[in-house]
Write a protein that binds this ligand. Structure first.
Ligand SMILES: *Cc1c(COP(=O)(O)O)cnc(C)c1O
Length: 365
């Protein structure tokens, strides 16, 4: 048995998402690039790269990883490039997308022989959280003034727009795209490619995939552009679990169980977005608050019901632990970092990476 804690990526679950992505590409003509900021566990890129066109990135290191480990098309984007990284970014990408007109102009000479794009900010988004809202007031994410963008059109051949956030509502996507067309339509006609970013939850249960395909296809035809999508969460949703072991149980007005993991270190988004971890549904009679082993008082995975009493040594499994999870794991409290295991399509589980004390020590000096 593999020692906990570990993340377990199940390729057969990943495949369900990949097949929907393949369907979308075929029926819409759009290309799909994995957003590495959401998921960058390259052990499963062999499978994913058969179903997706390539990767998009948020930094030099991500673009380099995409080029080296995924292949295909490699889009470089960053909120801001530093002078000393631009050469390497260009060497590892086939398109570069600048976040601002200022950056585009600063690196105009350096990138003269590269395919270039600019991020637009349509000032509408589907985000429920201000911290994750690219269209928040005073947002630095992209240019919103069409007149200003007009002046740099000779420098670019495409746009990137990312304003969806786990949006499972097709009609909302549709109406926001309508607004984008109203605001930027005359510019869209003048480019060759448009990336509509990530955040569309089209691999989710019950999503009207055919309507999305038709909408993207009509958009591509209207403006004569190659459409790209940049799925992060949609590509890996429900593919991965975090496997943990109960280390102690106690009763302090509620039954508590402490496990060999921590939300701050291993599932940080639960803390940022104040959400509960998820387990396979169970409505047994034994209720526990499952807590992490860090010393943060609020290190709580959530309250769950079990069909048995929990005891030391029991294993628990949190579901949907791929997106924005492994990429954010950290050494807070020196908690042992989860290993990474992959369940292959033939059912065999392979331990692909373990972390030890030396990794902890070498991350600091
Ligand atoms: C975060 C991000 C994505 C991926 O978003 P998901 O919600 O994970 O699909 C894609 N493109 C850009 C520019 C992003 O910032």
């Amino acid at each position: 048995m593999i020692k906990t804690p570990y993340y377990l990526i199940d390729k057969s679950k990943l495949l369900r998402n990949m097949e929907k992505i393949a369907y979308l590409r075929e029926h819409s003509g759009a290309r799909a690039l994995l957003a590495l900021k959401c998921f960058a566990t390259w052990s499963v890129f062999d499978l994913m790269s058969q179903y997706m066109d390539g990767t998009t990135s948020s930094s030099l290191y991500e673009v380099k990883l995409g080029k080296r480990k995924f292949g295909g098309e490699t889009h470089a984007y960053s909120v801001a490039y530093a002078d000393d990284e631009i050469e390497e970014v260009l060497a590892h990408s086939d398109k570069i997308i600048f976040n601002s007109i200022g950056q585009l102009q600063r690196f105009a000479d350096a990138s003269a022989n590269h395919v270039r794009g600019l991020r637009l900010n349509p000032q509408v988004s589907s985000s429920d959280w201000l911290i994750a809202d690219p269209a928040r007031p005073f947002s630095r994410l992209g240019e919103w003034d069409a007149d200003k963008v007009e002046q740099v059109m000779p420098l670019i051949s495409g746009f990137m727009i990312h304003n969806n956030c786990e949006n499972s509502d097709f009609d909302l996507f549709d109406s926001m795209l309508q607004k984008i067309e109203e605001r930027f339509g005359s510019l869209l006609e003048r480019v060759q490619w448009v990336s509509l970013g990530g955040g569309i939850h089209f691999t989710g249960e019950g999503y009207p995939l055919d309507r999305l395909c038709a909408r993207l296809k009509a958009f591509a035809e209207r403006y004569g552009v190659q459409v790209y999508l940049e799925p992060g969460e949609a590509a890996i949703t429900n593919s991965t679990t975090l496997e943990v072991t109960v280390l102690d149980t106690l009763y302090n007005g509620k039954q508590l169980a402490i496990v060999d993991s921590s939300i701050e270190a291993h599932m940080l988004d639960l803390l940022i977005y104040r959400q509960q971890a998820r387990m396979e549904p169970c409505d047994g009679p034994h209720e526990y608050m499952v807590c992490g082993k860090s010393c943060l008082a609020g290190d709580i995975f959530g309250e769950f019901r079990f069909d048995r009493e929990l005891k030391t040594g029991d294993r628990l499994s949190f579901i949907d632990a791929a997106g924005y999870t492994m990429v954010k794991k950290n050494w807070f409290n020196g908690v042992k970092m989860p290993s990474i295991a992959v369940r292959h399509l033939n059912g065999e589980v392979e331990l692909v990476r373990e972390f030890g004390y030396d990794d902890f020590e070498s991350g600091l000096s």
